[in-house]
Design a binder for this molecule. Sequence first.
Ligand SMILES: [Zn+2]
Length: 77
Amino acid sequence: MSVRPTIRRNKIPDHRHCPICGLPMAVNADFCSEGCKKTNDEKVRRERRARNLSLILYIAVMVTLFIFLFVPLLLPR
Ligand SMILES: [Zn+2]
């Protein structure tokens, strides 16, 4: 005769996991602690800065290409 482990899946209360550290937390919370909230804020700020920087680089490359390709055509020979 074998002893089967009891299935306890249905006994875990509703919860979410912190997106920063992965710890379980309340369903209506965004983060488990102030520290994780700050970490996330910094991450969002870093990502936004990186996005802005790549947009600026993209525009700079496009303007440079435009200058090198089209301005010589407009100059008098
Ligand atoms: Zn956390």
